[in-house]
Design a protein around this ligand. Structure first.
Ligand SMILES: Nc1ncnc2c1ncn2[C@@H]1O[C@H](COP(=O)(O)OP(=O)(O)OP(=O)(O)O)[C@@H](O)[C@H]1O
Length: 255
């Protein structure tokens, strides 16, 4: 109960921080991110559920990275700042697992964590009161594009690369909006969003997943076995997030 209150408070504060950052008030944004991090950390300390703890830690880690990026951008003075009160960033998975997961994909930790945090928000929030499912393929984008086709007009086509980086808060909002489209998001290893609404055309015959998982999951599994891409699927039924590599589910999160 208390951890839910803390989580909601943290999320609201983080949203305010994002708005402050967008409005260019980096001092306020930084302050609010730090407050949100404290809420998520407190919630994780009183939770008994290891999956929930994983999600909360990934939020701590994600927003800690954001504070770091803001401080680098603005030349913030770490020594005098309240950042001293911050513990070292915590990870959603042990560092060795995370390294292993990213190995061979060319995907940076920051890009992967950003996509995962968006997936967590989509799973938790849905859209306009409805649960939604979606999927992300990250890395090896040229190969992924060659093994898929557009289902609907690609909303990211024609935009400069700099304007479609996943780490940008506007792109993040667009992704949450387009998550309602059928198909998957294709994200390059450097974080540029190449496409939304992409249909995977690869044969799923060799993929064996647990019962109950349908074509969204099996097609993502199949394409991660045929390319170096990593897959993140948010299931519409139940909101479970599954991370795929080399045709297999390597992590499961229940936000
Ligand atoms: N090959 C594919 N490429 C891209 N998207 C797909 C593909 N197959 C299915 N989808 C998307 O997944 C949606 C759900 O399909 P399905 O119910 O079979 O998947 P699922 O794996 O059970 O996922 P969920 O748990 O979200 O329902 C489809 O409406 C479609 O948007």
């Amino acid at each position: 109960m208390w951890r839910n209150v803390l989580f909601d408070e943290g999320r609201n504060i983080a949203k305010r921080a994002e708005r402050a950052q967008e409005a260019g008030d980096h001092g306020l944004a930084r302050e609010l991110y730090l407050r949100a991090i404290t809420k998520f950390r407190e919630a994780s300390e009183i939770s008994q559920d290891f999956k929930e703890i994983g999600v909360l830690r990934s939020l701590v880690s994600y927003y800690t990275d954001r504070v770091g990026a803001l401080e680098n951008e603005t030349g913030y003075d770490n020594v005098r700042g309240s950042r001293l009160a911050l513990k070292p960033p915590e990870k959603v998975t042990p560092a060795s697992d995370e390294k292993e997961l990213l190995r061979g994909s060319g995907v940076s930790e920051q890009v992967f964590k950003t996509v995962l945090s968006i997936a967590i928000e989509i799973s938790r929030e849905g859209r306009e009161g409805h649960a939604i499912g979606t999927a992300f393929l990250i890395g090896d984008a040229a190969n992924v594009m060659a093994k898929s086709r557009q289902l609907v007009l690609n909303p990211f086509e024609g935009h400069s690369r700099g304007n479609r980086m996943i780490t940008d808060s506007e792109t993040r909002d667009d992704i949450k909006e387009f998550a309602q489209l059928d198909g998957v998001f294709v994200i390059a290893a450097d974080g540029a969003v190449e496409a939304a609404g992409r249909y995977i055309t690869i044969d799923t015959g060799i993929i064996k997943l647990q019962r109950g998982l349908g074509t969204r999951h099996s097609s993502v599994a199949a394409i991660t076995s045929a390319t170096h891409a990593l897959g993140i699927v948010v299931s519409q039924s139940g909101g479970i997030i599954r991370i795929f590599k080399d045709g297999m589910i390597v992590f499961t999160l229940k936000p």
